[in-house]
Design a protein around this ligand. Structure first.
Ligand code: DCP
Ligand code: CA
Ligand code: CA
Length: 361
């Protein structure tokens, strides 16, 4: 089961200000360069009717909502993280195995509790929705399938506030007519390539010779596309992070390219992480930085050492080097910064779960 919250950031805004519900709500990442410069993070479904989309420049969204009583709000990551944490704690109770995959979505393995019976999946999905609505006043969309790949595509099928259940015998009739870019991993570039090869629908991909796919996309990706088109996926649902990586991320007081301001914040994050690894008698080999720029892209840079360490000096020095280098490679201002440690030794298998929030990249 894949549970994805509807128009998440905008729904969070409606949550604390219900009078917004009736009107278009656009959540923006303002770059601060000029009044309307920046990008749309997300919008509620009222705003989407006017053509407003994630990633769109703010001025364009304003143009689409000209003469409409709409709310343009700045992102408030801290609040959304808080809401997300509460939601995940509720969802976890409905799963045999649980895996959060983003701020607003998670996979729930419900095989055991449904006895692998797709008929009992529907009442379960409805219970999840009722619980989220009762406890958090939030709506979500849920997809259920025989694996993660199908569940994810199913969840996208009826948005917002939908439930889509695809039992194993319906997988191919469900996937076949869909455009190939409904598969994870088929972005704009791949879509264009596939269309040039005459592949438009998932059924076209399913029929395409797998050797030829491998010749074009390489062995790994070619095999993935072939299996995905057939709805095949064996990835287990499992909590990430445990003994894999720990990270801390924070929003800067102001968007900046000033290394000192950045390091002031990352030093705090390093101290926090250091306390954590000392407490668990663990050592790291890889230090990574995360930079969320004002165009809402997330960047990561990392460095891996030969020998494991638990040195805070090494951590801070590496973070500094990586940010120095990042600033020469990008000319954007930075909005959020993060530090991530991985490649651990010493973190016990039965260690308590790491519940800090992980961002992709
Ligand atoms: N997000 C963002 N920039 C993007 C895409 C998403 O800042 N280009 C943020 C805002 C979203 C949140 O991530 O609220 C979750 O992303 P989703 O793709 O799940 O989109 P929404 O939840 O906003 O909408 P939907 O109802 O389509 O799931
Ligand atoms: Ca969502
Ligand atoms: Ca999502």
């Amino acid at each position: 089961m894949l549970v994805d919250l509807d128009y998440f950031f905008a729904q969070c805004e409606e949550l604390r200000n219900p009078s917004l519900k009736e009107k278009p709500v656009v959540v923006c990442v303002y770059s601060g360069r000029s009044e309307d410069s920046g990008a749309v993070s997300t919008a509620n479904y009222v705003a989407r009717k006017y053509g407003v989309k994630s990633g769109m420049p703010i001025f364009l969204a304003k143009k689409k909502l000209e003469n409409v009583d709409a709310a343009f709000l700045a992102v408030d990551d801290q609040f959304y993280d808080e809401v997300s944490g509460k939601v995940m704690n509720i969802l976890r109770n409905f799963a045999d195995e649980f895996e959060q995959v983003g701020i607003d979505e998670a996979y729930l393995d419900v095989t055991k509790r449904t006895h692998a019976n797709f008929e009992s999946a529907e009442p379960l999905a409805k219970m999840v929705k009722i619980e989220l609505l009762n406890q958090q006043k939030l709506t979500c969309s849920i997809g259920v399938g025989p694996n993660k790949l199908v569940a994810k595509i199913a969840a996208d099928e009826n948005k917002p506030d939908g439930v889509t259940i695809i039992s194993p015998n319906r997988v191919s009739s469900f996937l076949d007519p869909l455009p190939v870019n409904r598969l994870i991993g088929v972005g704009t570039k791949t879509l264009e390539k596939m269309q040039n090869m005459g592949i438009y629908k998932i059924s076209d991909l399913a029929r395409y010779d797998v050797q030829k796919l491998m010749a074009v996309f390489g062995r790994t990706l070619g095999t993935y596309f072939h299996n995905a088109s057939l709805g095949l996926d064996n990835e287990p649902v499992r909590e990430k992070g445990e003994a894999e990586s720990i990270s801390r991320i924070a929003t800067l007081k102001q968007n900046t390219r000033d290394l000192n301001i950045i390091l002031e914040k990352t030093d705090e994050l390093c101290n926090d992480l250091h306390g954590r690894i000392l407490g668990e008698k663990s050592t790291f080999k890889t230090v990574a930085i995360i930079a969320v720029t004002t165009d809402i892209n997330t960047h990561a840079r990392s460095k891996t050492f030969e020998n494991p360490s638990n040195s805070i000096e090494l951590m801070k020095k590496t973070v500094k080097e990586l940010f120095e280098k990042f600033l020469t490679e990008s000319d954007l201002e930075i909005r959020r910064v993060g530090v991530k440690l991985s490649n651990f030794s010493g973190l016990g298998k039965n260690q308590a779960q790491i519940t800090s929030f992980f961002e992709s990249g």
